[in-house]
Design a protein around this ligand. Structure first.
Ligand code: SF4
Length: 494
């Protein structure tokens, strides 16, 4: 049986969709391709179970729709599995109609956070064969392939339509599989070379891992805006030893020099200590740099000391807002004091904190948003943050924030195509001009003599120089975006 793990091409004037492995969908003008780690596990697991798997990320391969269709004509898969998010689901409904007309005997499955929240909707609006609700697409796709080829029962979490139009499902997905039974991702099968460059990698080639699913904050309950809280209701993590093995293999076999582990929040406590010690004992520290998502206030100064020794570099923190009332409403569970202290420790031990902030909360005033900008600027001026990304907050359908929007009448539109961070889709007291002014102001921290001087002083190697050059290119790219008058503001100089 042939299975295609697919990202069909999306041709849009808005840019390249950052669809895979991303909790907050957006189009990027500067193409960025993130390794779709869970689908890569799926490809590996299916391959090891004897299925004939093809990796068809037409977005990263920059294929046209025509080229993608011709490739599938040639490969003739029995099953095509497609990951989607809210802003692409309508496009994929149209594609699936076309695909089913062209390949009537090929089963098509949709997966992802959006269809997990609303599985019936895709069955109503497209001739899709299966909708997978739940985030373990790897185990779930194996269950589906076994079902189609051998007639075994499906795991919970599957939705489909009978011939008479009746919808059926196998119940709520339980996330009961043991992630430690998964094989290491087959990087050749999943075309690792497509994903080695990324604005956030200082040392190339870089790659992604994902040791946990997905976030331990509130035991999977998470923040109100986080779309992946729908797909992973509890936190599961592989052993530190298995990640060390993967890091070593990536370094030795593929020459990888930087890894970003995209677990929603990287494991803390004894797990982290063991991993850091293992990096040193295996002589991997600084030969390969590690990045991860972390929460403010989750770790102590000693943890950062250890991470510094283990070669951690890029640490992504969700600042989101500097207003406690907003952090509380988002169930973020952090404070500005924790943010300050955390960034101070991370930089003290050689790491580069990256901040993500959001604007356009329905309850925030212009003064609140300005307060966030000023706080972020202060962190930069103190040298406690290296890079940042600012976006418009989007209430992804199915999240707690989206339900709050429905209850309070905050939604300006329910057209999913517009949930792509190019515009505000929630009512907000901020005007477009104010968002532009605030984000430009924030962006100026990269143009201050102090920041530039710090950057120049920190150049010690060819990697540093190349990274700084890429940063300048990103800054000019964003300046061009501003000139075009686009509403969305996302910027990260590296
Ligand atoms: S801490 Fe980050 S990954 Fe975890 S729920 Fe909040 S936004 Fe999502």
């Amino acid at each position: 049986m042939r299975v295609s793990i697919s990202y069909p091409p999306i041709e849009s004037a808005k840019g390249v969709p950052l669809l895979a492995q991303n909790r907050q969908f957006q189009y990027f003008n500067e193409p960025t391709y993130i390794y779709p780690v869970i689908p890569a596990y799926a490809a590996t697991l299916l391959d090891k179970s004897g299925y004939d798997v093809t990796w068809d990320d037409a977005i990263a391969e920059r294929l046209t729709l025509e080229e993608y269709l011709k490739r599938q004509d040639f490969q003739s898969p029995d099953l095509i599995a497609i990951e989607t998010k809210a802003p692409t689901v309508k496009t994929f409904w149209r594609y699936i109609k076309q695909f089913k007309e062209r390949w009537p005997h090929t089963a098509i499955a949709l997966m992802g956070d959006h269809v997990t929240a609303f599985p019936e909707e895709s069955l109503e609006n497209s001739p899709v064969d299966y909708v997978i609700a739940g985030g373990d697409y790897d185990f779930q796709l194996l269950s589906l392939a076994n079902h189609i080829s051998k007639g075994t029962p499906l795991d919970p979490g599957f939705w489909w339509k009978e011939k008479d139009g009746t919808m059926r499902n196998t119940g709520v997905y339980q996330q009961n599989n043991d992630v430690n039974t998964l094989p290491l991702i087959d990087r050749d099968l999943t075309k690792w070379w497509l994903y080695v460059k990324n604005g956030n990698f200082k040392y190339e080639p870089g790659t992604y891992t994902m040791v946990g699913r997905d976030c331990w904050w509130r035991n999977g309950g998470g923040c109100t805006f986080c779309s992946w809280t729908m797909t992973y209701k509890k936190y599961q993590v592989r052993t530190p030893e298995s990640l060390l093995e993967e890091v070593e293999m990536l370094h030795k076999r593929y020459g990888i020099r930087e890894i970003f582990d995209d677990t929603g929040t990287f494991p803390a406590g004894a797990w982290l200590t063991e991993f850091c010690k293992g990096m040193v004992e295996r002589d991997l520290a600084f030969k390969i740099r590690i990045g991860c998502n972390m929460r403010f206030g989750a770790l102590k100064e000693d943890d950062y000391r250890l991470m510094g020794k283990a070669g951690f570099r890029f640490i992504l923190y969700g600042l989101e807002s500097a207003n406690q009332k907003t952090l509380d409403r988002l169930q973020k569970g952090t404070t500005n004091q924790q943010a300050w202290e955390t960034c101070q420790w991370a930089t003290k031990f050689g790491m580069d904190p990256h901040l993500t902030i959001m604007m356009g909360y329905p309850w925030e005033t212009y003064e609140d948003a300005r307060n966030t900008v000023e706080f972020a600027k202060k962190l930069f001026s103190a040298g406690y943050a290296e890079t940042l990304q600012a976006t418009i907050v989007i209430p992804y359908p199915g999240t707690m924030l989206w339900h709050q929007c429905k209850e309070n009448g905050w939604l300006l539109t329910e057209d999913y195509d517009r949930y792509d961070m190019r515009e505000a889709v929630m009512k907000s007291s901020l005007t477009r001009e104010q968002v532009k002014e605030l984000t430009q102001d924030l962006y100026r921290v990269f143009l201050t003599p102090k920041y530039m001087a710090r950057k120049v002083i920190s150049i010690r190697s060819a990697d540093d120089l190349a990274f700084a050059r890429r940063g300048v290119r990103y800054i000019y790219g964003h300046l061009k975006d501003f000139a075009k008058g686009s509403e969305m503001r996302t910027f990260s100089p590296q």
